[in-house]
Write a protein that binds this ligand. Structure first.
Ligand code: NDP
Length: 503
């Protein structure tokens, strides 16, 4: 078992694995057992500054940014191959650090690899355009990489989210300093080993593990960054925006969510129930696009709640490393207590617990942060559970009568990230997709992700988009070049008269 020995990781700076300058380490706990599974070198501000220096020098040396796109693509393709070869091992490292079952983490590695493959193919296709203006000038743009990109990533999909950011940044020719979450830093650190083995030059990717308020803050405040890219909570986004904003650092934010799952009365109820269970309980509900609000037509409401309760009663909770397990613990003791507090509070506001709402009983659950999948019925928009991101295995079921009301409820929150619409009425599906405020809309599905699609939200869910060909330019800037092709000399001060062109 991987868990029997504690793995130790150092910081990756300049292509070398080094302890932090302070010599400090922090422990990573398995949320299913409370055992320590890893010891991570703890980067302080001086280590982060070193990492940024290294990335800046690597960028300026041009070993990556001026390498041909085809050669960059080969290295990225190799990274993808190595991820796939080690998929189950990487999945296991995630399962023992963030508690997600191996059935999820192992299978997610093919998506991780697909981000590197997709953007490997983009490396040699980053091009500008020519711009017709006047006969006397030839104009063109080139797309240039932004320089050093700082990336702050969360623990819920540790390697997938790091890869969603790394792959396009590297494809664009940027260099990167990555600060993974302290809760599940194992696989985002392993990617450093994989990248070096695949031939990524030293300094192109530096990895500084540590805590948000110290190493994360140091990275966000560094004026040498060409961009800062965060996936995390909305409050972290606000804090980071203030720090990085002082340096006018360009920002990209993938933040919190509270996705509606809108279920109309023309659905096959069991199909929609299966979809809702999938939307709500993958990763113990700890995803930004978790279906946390099932907005269900009143005529099928009771049946939906009953069938959903039956469905979730079959979810196998347990050891995340067991391939049979379908739901693991939540990430930590504080998260466990916070989620239960939301459930308790919802009852005082009139919600009904239709399933779950507590820790599962049994000896195997005592030392981990396990919770039952929880269904809260009779929820309305005034309740805290309907408005705030719980980030746990809790779904609120809210009734509606008309399509307009469903859309109003869906939009009546500060977030605008994901939304799924369940109906057989094709016109209604597109109408509602048009009217909901969400960056990602699924019709009769949920959670689907691919490197070719743009990912991101509106309102408090952040700004910028990850993925897709269109958004590779989140990591490049246009440089405009204007060439005078006119043979006539220009003498502004020698010429006289009106009607001359200044610009
Ligand atoms: P956090 O906001 O706590 O952390 C995100 C990252 O930021 C971590 O690396 C964290 O480090 C770091 N960080 C925290 N505070 C600071 C700070 N003051 N300055 C600089 N860096 C800081 O998020 P979680 O890891 O708990 O992830 C859950 C959140 O992420 C949820 O709100 C979820 O909705 C959102 N999310 C959004 C996604 C999207 O695509 N929109 C996808 C996945 C998650 P450390 O962990 O060490 O504190």
């Amino acid at each position: 078992m991987i868990e029997e020995k504690t793995i130790q990781y150092e910081l990756l700076i300049d292509g070398e694995w080094r302890p932090s300058k302070s010599g400090d380490y922090f422990d990573v706990e398995n949320p299913a057992t409370g055992n320590t599974v890893a010891r991570m070198a703890n980067a302080g501000p001086e280590d982060v500054a070193e990492a940024v220096r290294s990335s800046e020098e690597a960028f300026n040396r041009g070993t990556w940014s001026t390498m041909s796109g085809a050669d960059r693509g080969k290295i990225m393709w190799d990274i993808a191959d190595r991820i796939e070869e080690r998929a189950m091992e990487l999945g296991m490292l995630e399962s023992i650090s963030n508690g997600r079952p191996i059935s999820e983490t192992g299978s997610q590695m093919s998506v991780v690899a697909s981000y590197f493959r997709y953007f490997a193919g983009v490396c040699d296709k980053i091009q500008g355009s020519t711009i017709p203006t006047t006969d006397s000038h030839f104009n063109y743009t080139v797309r240039v990489p932004l320089g050093v990109v700082g990336q702050l990533t969360p623990w819920n999909h540790p390697l997938m989210i790091a890869s969603k950011k790394l792959a396009p940044a590297l494809a664009a020719g940027c260099t990167v300093v990555l600060k993974p979450s302290e809760w599940a830093p194992l696989t985002p650190t392993e990617i450093g080993k994989i990248a070096l083995d695949a031939g990524l030059p030293p300094g192109v990717l530096n990895i500084v593990n540590g805590f948000g308020p110290t190493s994360g803050k140091a990275l966000a405040s560094d004026p040498r960054l060409g961009k800062l890219d965060l996936t995390g909570g909305t409050e972290t986004g606000r804090a980071v925006a203030q720090i990085a904003g002082a340096n006018l650092t360009p920002l990209q934010f993938e933040l919190g969510g509270k996705a509606p799952v809108i279920v109309f009365d023309d659905v096959d109820v069991d199909d929609a129930v299966n979809g809702c269970a999938f939307a709500s309980f993958i990763a113990s509900g700890q995803t930004c696009i978790q279906g946390s609000r099932a907005i269900v037509h009143r005529s099928i409401y009771d049946q939906f709640v009953e069938n959903l309760a039956n469905k979730v009663s079959t979810i196998r909770i347990g050891d995340p490393t067991d391939p049979q397990t379908q739901m693991g613990p939540v990430i930590s003791g504080p998260a466990h207590d916070r989620i239960l507090e939301y459930v308790q509070h919802s009852k005082t506001e009139g919600a009904r617990v239709a399933y779950g709402g507590k820790k599962p009983s049994g000896d195997e659950y005592t030392s981990g942060y396990f919770l039952e999948p929880t269904i809260l019925a009779d929820v309305n928009q005034n309740m805290r559970v309907a408005r705030e991101e719980i980030f746990g295995p809790v779904v609120c079921v809210i009734p509606f009568d008309t399509e307009d009301e469903a859309v109003e409820i869906a939009n009546d929150i500060p977030y605008g990230l994901g939304c799924s619409i369940w109906t057989r009425d094709v016109a209604r599906a597109h109408r509602v997709a048009n009217n909901v405020i969400a960056g990602i809309v699924w019709i009769n599905d949920h959670h689907r992700l691919h490197p070719a699609i743009p990912w991101g939200g509106f309102k408090d869910s952040g700004y910028g988009r990850e993925g897709s060909l269109d958004f590779i330019h989140e990591y490049t800037a246009a440089k405009y070049v204007c060439v005078r092709v006119d043979t006539e000399s220009v003498d502004w001060y020698g010429a006289a008269g009106t009607g001359r062109r200044l610009n």
